[in-house]
Design a protein around this ligand. Structure first.
Ligand SMILES: C[S@@+](CC[C@H](N)C(=O)[O-])C[C@H]1O[C@@H](n2cnc3c(N)ncnc32)[C@H](O)[C@@H]1O
Ligand SMILES: [Zn+2]
Length: 268
């Protein structure tokens, strides 16, 4: 139960505040959410249309993350922010939870949470990062009270700017990480003859001002099966012609650019 204590949680169904009773959280309308033994809470109950990433994909991402895929991003976050006691920081669409784990490592006195639609991802992450609060939740409807967050990170996940504007406090940060123009160019070149650069989103969400936009560049070196793991994280593994994929998977090594476009917005 301890891990959820630092957060002002609300019921995603009715918006009322949640109160702890035993091992469950209840709202005034008597909607109830159980806290799992590992401390995570599932806020997406019942028949759901959206379910988040599948097991295989989560595990492939986990292996890629372990190889330092986000190193440049970690260095940036560590140097750019200084979250401390009383600050609530959330990684929405956290996947394997490793980015949320890093946030807690960099800012140990801040309260850090990771949310994702995938129950598999969250139950696994909760075991690996015991100091982070994890919740199965939709980015469209987060279980946090209005203006209760110092920062909301969204790394390669679905963005809901209005919901971000609701949960982030005045002066707080929305940090959006998306594929830069040249992201995974080497991988795309190995698959296609004519490669198009990624389009970047230049919009500023309503209620925010742009603080900074930078492109964090690196090179990812994949060997053998790691090529399949990397491709599996991208839409190319589904969209590309079969023979191109077979050629890619037969390669011994692949070096490819990574380019993480990082937009830091500040809540007005
Ligand atoms: C490409 S993965 C990125 C995972 C992680 N942020 C990372 O960078 O390694 C996208 C993640 O967003 C989650 N996701 C997609 N749509 C979502 C939504 N509407 N609400 C919550 N999570 C969502 C998926 O389940 C998946 O784990
Ligand atoms: Zn409720």
């Amino acid at each position: 139960m301890k891990r959820s204590d630092a957060f002002e949680l609300i019921c995603p169904k009715c918006g009322n505040r949640l109160i702890k009773r035993g091992n469950s959280l209840y709202c005034g309308e008597n909607h109830c959410y159980d806290v799992a033994k590992t401390g995570y809470v599932n806020f997406v109950l019942g028949g759901k249309k959206e379910s988040g990433d599948a097991k295989e994909l989560i595990e492939a991402r986990e292996r890629v993350m372990k190889k330092g895929y986000y190193r440049a991003l970690y260095d940036f976050v560590k140097g750019e922010f200084s979250f401390g006691a009383g600050d609530v920081v959330v990684d929405a669409g956290t996947g394997d939870g490793s980015f949320a784990g890093k946030l807690k490592e960099f800012f140990p006195s801040a309260a850090v949470a990771g949310t994702d639609l995938s129950k598999y991802a969250i139950s696994r992450a909760a075991k690996k990062y015991p100091d982070v609060f994890f919740a199965v939740a939709n980015n469209r409807r987060l279980p946090f009270a209005d203006s209760s967050l110092k920062a909301l990170f969204g790394v390669f996940t679905t963005a809901f700017p209005e919901e971000a504007a609701r949960v982030i406090a005045k002066g707080g940060f929305l940090v959006k990480i998306t594929p830069g123009k040249n992201h995974l160019l080497g991988l795309k070149r190995a698959l296609y003859e004519n490669v198009r650069l990624n389009e970047e989103d230049e919009s500023v969400p309503a209620g925010f001002t742009r603080e900074k936009t930078i492109r964090l560049r690196g090179v990812y070196h994949a060997v053998g099966e790691e090529i399949k793991d990397l491709a599996g994280m991208t839409p190319y593994s589904v969209k590309s012609p079969r023979n191109s994929l077979e050629r890619l998977y037969a390669m011994e090594t692949l070096d490819t650019e990574t380019e993480f476009r990082t937009d830091v917005f500040r809540k007005e």
